[in-house]
Design a protein around this ligand. Structure first.
Ligand code: SF4
Length: 505
């Protein structure tokens, strides 16, 4: 039985696929539904009243997965009259009415530009007992105007832009998210302040291409200015951003990173390929020399910066020599970690119909060599930190083995994952009560390719308001007031991410 059928409030569940953009959009979907009176279905809830799929069109076979999942829900819905299913996100934007043709038991289809319509569409579908499909071609309101139910007490995403003006040939994002829309700097900073007021310590500025932030209102230095403005916010301890595009990376951003103490010494900058010919075919208009030049400048300004990246292997036409060039750049760049992807066709992208598609076996073999190369380097880089003291923001869900090992986990300022021992209870005064959102200092005792361990007792433990909120089970909510689409003559700065960018391929 659903909760509503039992006389309680209608419950919802959101299932999210894809990139950080989608994860943040799902926070907005939850916020909207809760504002409309829905409550989140509990873990043990067998049948939510509303199930929302926030889909991704970037991955191969995304549609098969969606229709498979919808198929599993069909008999559940049949057994529970009144239950509703909604499909949103990039795949909904792409497939539109096809979704209700292929799965007529779906009640609502909404796109990436009209998340805010979901409660009304659910209501209308219920009232009319017919499916509602509403897809807009452009944003009606900037998504950050929407109420948001934040998943984390200590870290929050803040969109600075949506959409992308680039045309990378492997990417479906521009056609589904539209051209870049920059949010006004004042609105972004208001949202950051609202989060900090709720106890959040870390924000990640999010855009498909943060370095082009300001393109809409004619200020190419807007992103650096935005970083500096974040530096003025009391209580904001960590600022991150994702993802920058090498083509638009300007020196003022490096200076802003280095000179703004709360901007973390970490940079995630997608490489995609080390071969200039492949970059050209990908229509990514920087070359490996420019990419390595940015890294050199970042390291000169911030010697401890951890640089991470995304790499696609097996792009159509990639030769063994092209691939070797990627390995060369990986060795030279000395990444702290790399998200590696095997190229696979995404319907609707130019690369899907290019000549020179590589056999799976060639892609697999190169992929394995790439991983071995990346791991050798990330391990060597991580080993340099053994014996160093790091500041860790304690996280939830970062350490799968924590329960067994008695450790907690979190991220260092440079973004590295640290699993740390909590020490004997009482050793630090209150060491037994380290909570997600608290800050500890600890010394690294062991390095692995993808994480660090700190097995001595922490050197310090600071209880924070984020930790208090986590302990009390409160999550930050931002109402979205004061936030809006940029207007003519908007002043200052900011942009955001996806894969490959803020969105991974
Ligand atoms: S990969 Fe990134 S920069 Fe390229 S088109 Fe996609 S979103 Fe834009």
């Amino acid at each position: 039985m659903t909760t509503a059928a039992a006389g309680g409030p209608r419950t919802y569940q959101v299932r999210t696929y894809g990139c950080q953009m989608n994860v943040h959009d799902s926070e907005r979907i939850s916020g909207l539904l809760e504002q409309a009176g829905y409550v989140r279905a509990g873990e043990a809830e067998d049948t939510p009243d509303v199930v929302v799929f926030n889909t991704c069109a970037v991955r191969e076979n995304a549609d098969n997965r969606l229709y498979g999942n919808l198929g599993h829900l069909r008999p559940v819905k049949n057994r529970h009259p009144g239950m509703q299913i909604a499909v949103g996100g990039c795949l909904a934007q792409k497939d539109r009415g096809d979704i209700v043709r292929r799965a007529p038991w779906v009640d609502v289809v909404f796109g990436t530009h009209n998340i805010g319509s979901l409660p009304v569409l659910l209501e209308r579908a219920r009232h009319n007992a017919a499916a509602e499909v509403e897809i807009l071609e452009a944003l009606d309101v900037f998504p950050s105007t929407l109420p948001t139910r934040r998943e984390s007490t200590y870290a929050g995403w803040v969109s600075i832009s949506v959409g992308c003006n680039n045309t990378c040939t492997f990417c479906i994002v521009p056609s589904l998210r539209g051209r870049e829309k920059d949010r006004r700097p004042g609105d972004i900073l208001s949202e950051v302040r609202a989060l900090v007021d709720e106890g959040v310590l870390e924000v990640t500025l999010l855009g498909q291409n943060v370095n082009s932030y300001g393109v809409e209102f004619g200020d190419r230095y807007a992103f650096g200015k935005l970083l500096r403005a974040c530096g003025e916010i009391d209580g904001l301890e960590r600022v991150r951003f994702t993802s920058p595009h090498p083509k638009d990376f300007t020196d003022d951003v490096i200076a802003a990173m280095a000179e703004t103490p709360n901007v973390c010494p970490s940079l995630h900058m997608p490489l995609q390929s080390g071969s200039d010919d492949v970059l050209r075919a990908m229509r990514r208009s920087y070359r490996s020399e420019k990419y390595l030049g940015i890294i050199e400048k970042v390291r000169a300004a911030m010697p401890d910066a951890a640089i991470t990246t995304d790499i696609i292997v097996g792009f159509p036409g990639e030769t063994e020599a092209d691939f070797e060039r990627t390995l060369d750049v990986v060795r030279e760049a000395r990444f702290a970690s790399a998200f590696t992807f095997q190229y696979s066709k995404r319907p609707g992208t130019p690369a899907a119909s290019m000549d020179g598609q590589l056999p799976k076996q060639v892609v697999q073999e190169r992929y394995e060599r790439l991983i071995a190369c990346v791991e050798e380097i990330t391990w060597a880089e991580n080993k340099k930190l053994v014996g160093e003291t790091v500041e860790v923001l304690v996280a939830v869900g970062e350490g799968r083995k924590d329960e067994r090992t008695g450790r907690l986990s979190g991220r260092a300022r440079d973004g590295r994952l640290v699993h740390f021992a909590t020490g004997a209870a009482g050793e630090l005064g209150d060491a037994g009560s380290i909570r997600p959102g608290d800050i500890v200092h600890t010394t690294i005792t062991y390095a692995a390719p993808h994480h660090l361990n700190a097995d001595g007792a922490p050197l310090s433990h600071r209880r924070t308001r984020a930790g208090d909120a986590a302990e009390a089970g409160r999550s930050p909510r931002t109402p979205g007031v004061l936030l809006g689409l940029p207007t003519i003559g908007a002043p200052a700065p900011v942009p955001a991410p996806t894969t490959g960018c803020a969105v991974s391929p």
